[in-house]
Design a protein around this ligand. Structure first.
Ligand SMILES: Cc1cc2nc3c(=O)[nH]c(=O)nc-3n(C[C@H](O)[C@H](O)[C@H](O)COP(=O)(O)OP(=O)(O)OC[C@H]3O[C@@H](n4cnc5c(N)ncnc54)[C@H](O)[C@@H]3O)c2cc1C
Length: 492
């Protein structure tokens, strides 16, 4: 039986486990669960596995050494080999927009394929358990000129290089806050760009306040040394306690102003210095991507950098029974932590569904490793938490919401004159956050401006749609999701 294009594909029997996200956490979870005997579906928006960390060129680009821009590539090769051998149903190009718990306790995962072009098709996957491993996205703080062509996300620049083998410019300033900046600058310089400066708004001394987390994670120090050596080799200076407070140019980036910051990230008057460049790669940390979980009611926790991550128990289960999470969804901590959590969650899920222990010794080892790396992640998040003074970078005509072109002046007016006290009210009064990105880009900035004390992050989102969905897709959902419309296993 063949479904019409608007009818959802539904597999007759539920999988034991559906994993959303094929990055480090999801891959590790899917292959472990499959090897333990579960039937597993692994869905990802991307056409390739690997997520953000192991992003690599499409085969058509003919890269001779796709691993050249990665350390720890062998961990990914191993996961990829195990995925092929495991019998996991890998569903690339599947954008998951909703997850629903059915009356019988199983889950229905709603996705669309072909959403980037013509031929969008709805897909429904049923599963007894879910593992959410959707990673994170970049946090952006606005400043005058940040919407000029040539300004890209720091992770975005890394993604362009890793997947498209292209650079956003020839002379690229890397700025913002967080350890990702060092990785990005090293990669850009190694690929031939001139990097006149890495501009870090925080300092690195805050790490020294937690010597235990440093001593128990020697791998992180080694990684920092590796990046440091790379920057030295390419003569890239690192300016700490500084920020790009303005971008100059008419049609695109021509230069940036780098200004010293005080402890609260307020610009120190008279310290601005102009640096010529043709691109700026900027990011102020990462935000866990958790809307699919918060929409079904999962509890969140405030992380030390002000963002929200999912609150998880000792075995990675969320507050919603049957829904586990791993990797950046619980807080940003890197690819190795994500892999560890993916495996830990898979073992807990298998133990629950199979009703027997699944390697107690290994589970204990994974928990200890997870706890050690999570402790470092918390230190890292605290060290790079934005100070409230970043709002002083803004002029009234700086666009805060770039999708709807809402300026800082209009947001301030909504707060000062119209009484808005939170991002939601500002959104209703100004349209900030109502555009294509649905506030992912401007959410932090609007929430901080609305809170006045500058310390707020947006509250957890409950969105019925995690990605844009056509009305025809919704119209095709009026049947009982537990009733299979098409028994073919979907493997597009
Ligand atoms: C832009 C960016 C660049 C980064 N670059 C680096 C780097 O160079 N070096 C470094 O050390 N760390 C980097 N990081 C951090 C890095 O992502 C993590 O350390 C690591 O990849 C975490 O693994 P994960 O499995 O939790 O998430 P990810 O690797 O991000 O994997 C999440 C996966 O979920 C998929 N997904 C998300 N939403 C949906 C949905 N609705 N439906 C279907 N699939 C979905 C995504 O396509 C992705 O493949 C970067 C992060 C970002 C956001």
């Amino acid at each position: 039986m063949t479904a019409s294009p608007s009818e959802p594909d539904v597999r007759a029997e539920p999988y034991d486990l559906a994993v959303v996200g094929a990055g480090s956490a999801g891959l590790s979870g899917a292959v472990t669960a499959s090897e333990l005997g579960l039937s597993v579906a692994l869905l990802d928006t991307s056409s390739q596995t690997g997520g953000q960390f192991y992003r690599h060129p499409a085969p058509a680009l003919g890269a001779v050494r796709p691993e050249a821009l990665h350390h720890d590539w062998s961990a990914f090769s191993d996961l990829r080999r195990r995925l092929t051998a495991s019998g996991t149903a890998h569903l690339p190009g599947h954008h998951v927009w909703s997850m629903v718990r059915e009356a019988d306790g199983t889950w229905t995962v709603h996705a669309v394929t072909g959403a980037d072009g013509s031929g969008e098709r709805p897909v429904r996957i049923r599963a007894r358990a879910l593992l959410l491993a959707t990673g994170a996205y970049e946090r952006q703080l606005p400043f005058p000129g940040w919407t000029l062509p040539g300004v890209v996300g720091a992770g975005g620049a890394q993604a362009m290089l890793k997947s498209g083998l292209v650079l956003p410019g020839r002379r690229i300033v890397v700025a913002g806050s967080g350890p990702l900046l060092l990785a990005v600058a090293t990669s850009l310089a190694a690929a031939g760009a001139r990097v006149p400066a890495v501009v870090e708004a925080a300092g690195y001394l805050r790490y020294a306040r937690s010597p235990r987390a440093l001593v128990t994670n020697p791998g992180k120090a080694a990684e920092a040394l590796l990046h440091g050596a790379g920057l030295l080799r390419h003569r890239v200076p690192v300016r700490v306690r500084s920020a790009v407070t303005e971008v100059h140019g008419t049609d695109r980036v021509e230069a940036v102003t780098v200004t010293r910051l005080d402890n609260d990230w307020r610009p120190v008057p008279g310290t601005g210095r102009r640096i010529t460049c043709d691109a700026l790669a900027v990011g102020h940390g990462l935000v866990p991507q958790i809307e699919l979980a918060t929409t079904v009611g999962c509890t969140t926790r405030r992380l030390p950098d002000g963002t929200l991550g999912l609150a998880l128990d000792d075995l990675q289960e969320t507050s919603e029974p049957g829904l586990w999470a791993a990797g950046e969804t619980g807080g940003v901590g890197g690819a190795e932590l994500a892999r560890t959590e993916g495996e830990l969650a898979a073992r807990a899920i298998a133990a629950r569904l199979l009703g027997r222990g699944c390697g107690e010794g290994r589970t204990g080892e994974l928990r200890r490793r997870r706890d050690r790396m999570r402790a470092f992640a918390e230190v890292m998040a605290a060290a790079h938490a934005p100070g409230p003074g970043w709002q002083d970078w803004l002029t009234d005509d700086t666009d805060v919401c770039r999708c709807e072109e809402v300026s800082a002046g209009r947001v301030r007016e909504a707060v000062a004159d119209l009484g808005a006290r939170d991002a939601r009210t500002v959104k209703l009064l100004t349209r900030a956050g109502m555009g294509w990105c649905q506030g992912r880009m401007c959410g932090t900035a609007v929430a901080c401006l609305a809170a006045r004390d500058g310390a707020a992050e947006p509250p957890s989102e409950r969105r019925p749609f995690a990605v844009p969905v056509r009305l025809s897709t919704l119209a095709a959902l009026d049947g009982d999701p537990a009733e299979p419309a098409d028994p073919r296993p979907d493997a597009s």
